[in-house]
Design a protein around this ligand. Structure first.
Ligand code: ADP
Length: 467
């Protein structure tokens, strides 16, 4: 029915408000009616009380019509006073005195039932002339014995008029309150819908390729605030992904180009048969093999990353002895270590507890860390791997004494494709090794941190939760 959320909210608020106000209005007007009626009875009984004095008693006992007339002369126009004897026979009436309306018939009516707690009796009935009238009767006593009654009566229409006037005030207040509430509802509904509209606008911008926009709203802690915050974070993330994609392509093409150029160059040299010396030929083949291995390594890294991203990576968590996995990784890097004359020292705690991990994934973690340690160490240095238990974690440290990492790069090196722009860090690579390490570890609920300062080496510490 409504296109905009704001109107939907507004309409439902309005309905609820209307319902509430109607209930309040009806109960208030009923309450006013009851209260005012009881006040009116009270006032009438007070007015009637003014006619009970020694003169009245004397007039009743003596049935003195002249005196009664005198007494009744002080009655006002808006009510009628009747003075009756003990058997409810009308002795005198202010109505008769004014001569306007016929006198009420003689006889005991409901109003003569005196309510002891109130001190008067009352009834609401049609008078002789058919007008709805309210009657209040007060007993007149002398020396404790009832000698007659004073009855006051007034047409109900006087009271109804006042009640209607009060009801009009209530309706005015009701309409004003409804208007103010509707205004507040409008502000509230707009408050709810405007950030959503802004988000829809920003989403449209994003889908047309513009990632510059942000949803700007006043700071708020509620669900809408959280949604807007998450939305802005999503835009930020999309920007990073776009930036990453750009970097990936330029990094990959750059990293692939050098080995492929080398392979092609050396293959052509071999093909043309320009090399006659066996040693030269062997060196040439060696370069082709090394570059092919490097290319294979790069492609392997990219494949691993895409498997991690597509969540198609299946982990087989088994209880493992970490030291065995470390030794396995060291074995596959032994030639590299030998080439740089770097010795790897192991400092494993005895009876090292088992961890639950995927063997291949964990081996990949150590290969990447050890490979970096070898790459960024100087020849003849040493690399140390240590394992120790700390509370509910197994702390695994891979430390080298190489070129180290500056403070500002320490967090970024775990980002994909991040490579430090420094001639000393000129080793080949796509900048994926540590990102892969971090992702594999987070799937194992393990954390990794780095401690390092330039030229002082780097220590990567893994905190692996123990089962
Ligand atoms: P790559 O596979 O290209 O080496 P990584 O993600 O493994 O990428 O590392 C990112 C960057 O972190 C590297 O380019 C390097 O500059 C720095 N780095 C990683 N390990 C070390 C280390 N042990 N010592 C010094 N720098 C390191």
């Amino acid at each position: 029915m409504f296109k905009h959320l704001r109107n939907k909210i507004l309409f439902s608020y309005f309905l609820v408000l209307l319902l509430c106000f109607m209930v309040v209005l009806i109960t208030t007007s009923l309450f006013i009616r009851r209260t005012y009626f009881s006040y009116a009875l009270h006032d009438l009984s007070d007015d009637a009380g003014l006619f009970i004095d020694e003169f009245t008693r004397e007039a009743i006992l003596a049935k003195d019509s002249v005196l009664l007339k005198k007494i009744l002369a002080k009655a006002e126009d808006n009510y009628t006073i009747d003075i009756l004897d003990v058997s409810a026979v009308v002795l005198g009436s202010s109505q008769k005195a004014s001569g306007s309306l016929p006198q009420e018939a003689i006889g005991r009516r409901d109003e003569f039932q005196i309510i002891p707690s109130r001190g008067y009796g009352y009834s609401l009935r049609e008078a002789q002339n058919g007008v709805k009238t309210i009657y209040v009767v007060l007993p007149v006593e002398k020396d404790g014995a009832g000698i007659g009654f004073v009855r006051i009566s007034t047409p109900l229409v006087y009271i109804e008029k006042t009640i209607s006037r009060l009801n009009v005030y209530v309706i005015i207040i009701f309409v004003l309150a409804m208007a103010v509430s509707s205004l507040l509802s409008f502000i509230l509904a707009r408050n709810l819908s405007s950030p959503l509209l802004k988000m829809a606008e920003a989403a449209r911008e994003i889908s047309s390729g513009n990632l510059q926009g942000r949803v700007e709203i006043k700071k708020r802690q509620d669900e809408i605030g959280l949604l807007v915050q998450a939305f802005n974070e999503m835009i930020e993330r999309l920007k990073i992904v776009r930036e990453e994609r750009k970097n990936i392509l330029s990094n990959i093409s750059h990293e692939l180009l050098t080995p492929i150029t080398n392979i092609r160059g050396f293959a052509e040299t071999l093909y043309e048969g320009r090399l006659k010396d066996k040693k030269e030929i062997e060196e040439c083949i060696e370069v082709i093999k090394r570059e092919s291995d490097y290319l294979e390594g790069l492609i392997e890294e990219l494949r691993l990353l895409s498997r991690l991203d597509s969540l198609s990576m299946r982990y087989d968590f088994q209880p493992l002895q970490v030291s065995e996995v470390v030794l396995e990784a060291e074995k596959s890097l032994s030639l590299k270590a030998l080439a740089k004359r770097i010795s790897i020292h192991n400092d494993f705690m005895p009876d090292c507890p088992l961890v639950k991990a995927d063997y291949k994934a964990l081996r990949q973690v150590f290969i990447n860390l050890l490979d970096n340690a070898l790459k960024y160490s100087y020849p003849d240095q040493e690399v140390r791997v240590s394992l120790e238990r700390a509370d509910r974690f197994l702390k695994i440290s891979v430390a080298d004494k190489g070129i180290g990492i500056a403070e500002q790069d320490q967090e970024k090196i775990f980002e994909r494709f991040y490579r430090i722009e420094d001639p000393r860090h000129s080793e080949k690579g796509l900048g994926l090794g540590l990102a892969i390490v971090k992702e594999i570890l987070s799937s194992h609920r393990a954390l990794i941190e780095v401690k390092s300062s330039p030229s002082q080496g780097a220590e990567f510490i893994i905190s692996f939760p123990l089962a």
